[in-house]
Write a protein that binds this ligand. Structure first.
Ligand SMILES: Nc1ncnc2c1ncn2[C@@H]1O[C@H](COP(=O)(O)OP(=O)(O)O)[C@@H](O)[C@H]1O
Ligand SMILES: [Mg+2]
Length: 498
């Protein structure tokens, strides 16, 4: 993308880079206090608030504070992110292990962390997780049919949940011991825990209950009225364990002025900051508004701000109003994918070569590159907006394209589970009911055996709907029977993570 176009796109909607992080002094001090206490007792903190309020940015700030800041703790941070694709069990935890493995081999932390007992604990935890999630490599699954597929999926995992949990806790004990012995704090960061499957929530809770000294666990959770069922339960659990919550709200006038100046070179008057504080004080809205002012070359006067805010129904709409033609089309076309978006699928969806697609996405303000090389929308509010705007027929057509792209690229995609879950979703929403019924039914059974009953139910209900469209009574009866089986577990005693 040339400079002119980049300027037109504006500042990225991704979480703030730590060096541009503004305000939140009180919240930062609270986190600093918790860091100072983590050597004595393992600490947990939940960063909560509505979408766009700055949770992920505060988490990135914490990572910087712990790991990078000159004169800081110089301690290793491990980061995982949960994405909006039900059934991606333990993938955020596997990312934590990946980070730890990277640290064991780095020049910075290798001397402390590269010891055999940590390496061994990482290997073991990774192995157990792998076995739990994918006991049978589902390579070539789609070329198999009927009984063959059932034969693969009907097997229970080789290891139970208890071994997964034990492996993780033992690893943390080792890490905590090493950290405490060297005056450091092992920092575990998990973003968007409200999207976690019941199994991931169960593991998170079990870790919280047994967190050793020398470790701090910080996670973010979307909290809005009634929209996040996991949040109240998590809040209660934290209270019971004596841990704290940092609840974010809109930015104050002085923080708004700091953000305008530091990130956009805009000088906002007190009157304009007051207006923003009263109407659009969440950082995402502020980003959209400042990007719009810069793009149009307008002064940040109260009148101009009021005009921009009045011209759109939501901050995401303001953000997209500034995109060039192809940027907006791309966002629409990619909005039906579930992150992380694999590069070959992105390229196929946009009809481009891999490198030219990624070059463009990397420069764009509405996409971000993930640590594993995949892509996602820079902020979930942007993706949600694009999805909402799609007419039903366009949505079905894009889902068909996505299913086709996944099938074509399957041999090049490392994330088998992500591929299968994406295909199950895209076939269904493309109204390709034959393929959708088979795949959702079989995957539903797989999740039943892995005790993720919420995901099992979502998939099985898709199979029921698809069988209904096909008017296939035998398939329908099988799917309904499976649903009843799952429901018994959902309503049964001792639900995972509930
Ligand atoms: N303290 C901050 N300083 C500067 N920019 C911020 C700050 N907090 C959030 N932002 C910006 O606001 C937007 C939304 O923030 P984000 O951290 O993604 O929110 P959330 O995770 O709560 O949805 C991002 O574009 C981010 O860069
Ligand atoms: Mg976030």
């Amino acid at each position: 993308m040339d400079e002119v176009q980049q300027q037109a796109e504006g500042v990225s909607y991704a979480p703030s880079p730590p060096e541009e992080f503004c305000g939140r002094q009180e919240e930062r001090e609270r986190l600093t206090v918790l860091l100072s206490q983590a050597g004595e007792r393992g600490q947990v903190v939940m960063i909560s608030g509505p979408p766009g309020i700055g949770k992920s940015s505060l988490l990135s700030w914490l990572a910087y504070e712990v790991q990078e800041r000159p004169g800081g703790l110089r301690s290793p941070a491990l980061k995982g992110e949960v994405f909006d694709l039900p059934g991606m069990i333990f993938s955020a935890f596997r990312d934590l292990l990946k980070d730890l493995r990277r640290h064991t081999a780095s020049t910075r932390f290798g001397e402390t962390l590269g010891v055999e007992r940590i390496k061994e604990a990482v290997r073991y935890a990774d192995d157990v997780l792998e076995k739990y999630v994918a006991p049978v490599e589902p390579v070539g699954l789609l070329s198999k049919s009927g009984e063959e597929i059932i034969g693969i999926f009907a097997r229970s995992p080789e290891v139970g949940y208890d071994r997964v949990c034990q492996a993780f806790l033992e690893l943390l004990q080792e890490l905590g011991r090493l950290m405490s012995g060297t005056g450091r704090i092992g920092t575990i960061l998990l973003d968007d825990v409200h999207l976690a499957s019941s199994l991931d929530r169960r593991l998170l809770l079990d870790i919280m209950r047994d967190l050793p000294p020398g470790i701090i666990l910080a996670f973010t959770c979307r909290a809005e009225d009634g929209a996040c069922p996991g949040y109240p339960a998590m809040q209660e659990e934290l209270r019971d364990l004596g841990f704290s919550e940092v609840r974010l709200s809109g930015m104050r006038g002085d923080e708004i002025r700091e953000m305008a100046e530091r990130r956009f070179d805009l000088f906002v008057s007190e009157a304009a900051a007051d207006l923003l504080e009263g109407t659009s004080g969440d950082p995402f809205s502020l980003m959209a508004c400042f990007n719009a002012l810069s793009r149009r070359g307008l002064d940040p006067s109260p009148e101009n701000i009021a005009t921009i805010l009045a011209g759109a129904k939501s901050p995401a709409e303001i953000a997209f109003a500034g995109l060039t033609g192809s940027g907006r089309t791309w966002a629409k076309e990619l909005s039906i994918l579930s992150p992380p978006f694999p590069v070959p699928v992105v390229a196929c969806m946009l009809g481009l070569q891999g490198t030219s697609a990624t070059d463009r996405l990397r420069e764009s303000s509405v996409f971000r590159r993930l640590p594993g090389g995949e892509y996602a929308f820079a902020h979930p509010l942007l993706q949600e907006h694009c999805r909402r705007e799609l007419p039903a027929d366009a949505r079905a057509a894009l889902n068909a394209r996505a299913a086709d792209c996944f099938e074509r690229s399957m041999h090049r995609l490392p994330g088998r589970l992500h591929t299968l879950l994406s295909l199950a979703c895209h076939f269904f929403h493309a109204r390709e009911y034959g393929k959708a019924a088979d795949l959702n039914l079989e995957l539903g059974l797989r999740f039943y055996h892995r005790e993720d009953y919420d995901t099992a139910l979502v998939l099985t209900e898709r199979a029921i709907t698809a069988a209904g469209h096909l008017a296939d009574d035998t398939l329908l009866a099988a799917a309904e029977q499976q649903r009843d089986l799952v429901r018994q577990k959902v309503s049964g005693p001792g639900r995972a993570g509930r």
